[in-house]
Ligand binder design. Sequence first.
Ligand code: EPS
Length: 395
Amino acid sequence: MLRFTTAGESHGQALVSILEGMVAGVPLLAADIDAELARRQQGYGRGRRMKIESDHAELLSGVRGGQTLGSPIAMLIQNRDWKNWQEIMDPAPREGDPERKRQVTRPRPGHADLSGMLKYDRDDARDILERASARETTARVAAGAICRRFLRELDVTVGSHIIHLGGIDAKRPERMPNDLNAAADASEVRTLDKKAESEIIARIDAAKAEGNTLGGIAEVICSGVPVGIGSHVSWDRKLDGRLAAALMSIPAVKGVEIGLGVECARRKGSEVHDEIEADNNNLKTGGVRRRSNRAGGLEGGITTGEQLVLRVAMKPISTLMRPLATIEMKTREPAQAVAERSDVTAVPAMGVIAEAMTAFIVAQAFLEKFGGDSLRETRRNYDGYIASLSERTGR
Ligand code: EPS
């Protein structure tokens, strides 16, 4: 079973990411991971922190001579900001227990601060917010980068672009670019619509000026997945549910849609379902094609062989420079929430994180279906499956 776990606080010493269950023989360079980490750090609307950090994953185990070994892959990503926070984040008990600096006792509406303080019995919300911070997503992107590298060997790609930010819709081009990420990454807000791009940037500037924050929607597209990944037989094997859970777990994400998503509910059946026709040339779909892809590449929790199309909606960041009303936890008096340094929006970065989570779930489901301890074995099993699909086309 492919799985990963992360550890680390936002202003702690480092982040840790461990990916377990990846097959041996996948070509992997630290640069493959760093390239994804750098993509996550981009995006107009981020705060000064992103100028401090320049993320690099140190491969501690599981990779030798540029190939995975099949053993757990441990990665360490240092927090450069740690040097400014060492005293505040020191794991050792403090001599004489002096008052801690940078305590947070005015929880932010919309953040994990308050529920976390109550649940974990903490008087300082820093004990919660350090881990609830979006900094943790760096470690997810590192694990996702390895999954993406594995999938690339099986001709599967994952990309994303921003289709909404701060009240502005970005149009999809008539023809999607062949290299979606190259095109989206060329934009500071990762959109393919130039007109919307300048409107979005103006919105971000305006939100910043008023001490506000903005949310938005990323669309993730995963191409090259054959028919038959995931399963209808049990609730927890349905790939749509697994993707939704993984994407919903990204900080500040409040909605996930597959294909038409919520819009399905408003339409008649004839305007929702994708009609089927034979297409003997397309072996990955079992020799059929859909006339449309409103299902977003999933029917019954199983891939159809069409592109996976997922949309992920992020709420505005909950740290506002013009803070919202809350209470001071020590006195229970009305107060304004803490206004820590933060971002105006992180929607462009969220798209990259959503790609990483998608790559992880798809890689996990691939390994369930095709198994193997080495890439060669997985590929042989994969090729055998595609060959058996081709028998149906009479070839
Ligand atoms: C974050 C607040 C900001 C963001 C941070 C997430 O950091 P700081 O509090 O240090 O200014 O930049 O995001 C990252 C560090 C990152 O790598 O994405 C928050 O409160 O969630």
